[in-house]
Design a protein around this ligand. Structure first.
Ligand code: SF4
Ligand code: SF4
Ligand code: FES
Length: 245
């Protein structure tokens, strides 16, 4: 492994910015976040970077590394070509606050627009619910989400078409799927998914699934089943006929 590398880091704020090169020593086992911290400690003490756990679990250190949305703390230098500058940028889908830090608060507002969990009455007099293990396992995958928003960042509907006012994005389609498929939930979100959350904008490119650090099968296990529910409700000709009769 190389003993030093160049890190081309975006520096700036909402008014604009540019890339700045930092050459710094690198050691075996380092991840990109280590290198950014070394640059911050030795060359640029005002470099803004958000992080928390350094273990791939808090979802804070999301950025774009060589053009790919990634967690800085989970991207090993040994997996990058250190003969070229390592390009580190803030996520493109969200407004920059400073340097590598973006304002992801839009996501928390979106979450509030999704109908909440509404459990059925308890099955037993002691207030307990009974659930089939298979039903529990189906939604378990969705609960691994660390809200890193890398899937939101890569989604072209948000990133390129800026449909933030209309489309909730893959993270919140996963959230809606976790609620819709929950064995105890009685709420109905199908109409909202079509009319308010505009699931139809998703054309199942699977880009979101490919960048998810938790390997959640976003498109196949969350989005497609939700789309099927929408199609069944609004576009099934037999159901349409039944409704007319
Ligand atoms: S599959 Fe759908 S939600 Fe995921 S990135 Fe593509 S368009 Fe966006
Ligand atoms: S679904 Fe995956 S990529 Fe999207 S926010 Fe959750 S953990 Fe991150
Ligand atoms: S610092 Fe927590 S996920 Fe990277």
């Amino acid at each position: 492994m190389a003993t030093q590398a160049t890190f081309r880091i975006w520096r700036g704020d909402p008014s604009g910015g540019k890339f700045q090169d930092f050459v710094t020593p690198v050691d075996e086992g380092m991840v990109v976040l280590d290198a950014v911290h070394r640059v911050q400690a030795e060359q640029a003490p005002d470099l803004a970077v958000r992080w928390n756990c350094k273990a791939g679990k808090c979802g804070s250190c999301s950025a774009e590394i060589n053009g790919m949305p990634k967690l800085m703390c989970m991207t090993r230098l040994s997996n990058l070509n250190l003969e070229m500058p390592v390009i580190i940028e803030p996520m493109h889908a969200f407004p920059v606050i400073r340097d590598l830090v973006t304002d992801v608060s839009w996501n928390f507002e979106v979450k509030k627009t999704i109908r909440k969990f509404k459990p059925r009455s308890p099955d037993a007099p002691d207030g307990a619910w009974r659930m089939q293990q298979a039903d529990v396992e189906r939604v378990q995958e969705f609960r691994k989400c660390i809200e890193c928003f890398l899937c939101q960042d890569v989604c072209h509907v948000l990133r390129d078409h800026h449909k933030q006012d209309e489309f909730i994005g893959p993270r919140y389609l996963v959230y809606a799927a976790a609620l819709e498929m929950h064995p105890l939930d009685t709420e109905d979100r199908v109409s909202d998914l079509k009319k308010k959350h505009n699931i139809g904008y998703c054309n199942i490119t699977t880009c979101c699934r490919q960048v998810c650090p938790e390997s959640i099968t976003i498109t196949e296990n969350a989005i497609i089943p939700l789309k099927e529910r929408v199609v069944d409700r609004f576009f099934d000709p037999l159901k349409q006929l039944f409704n007319i009769i």
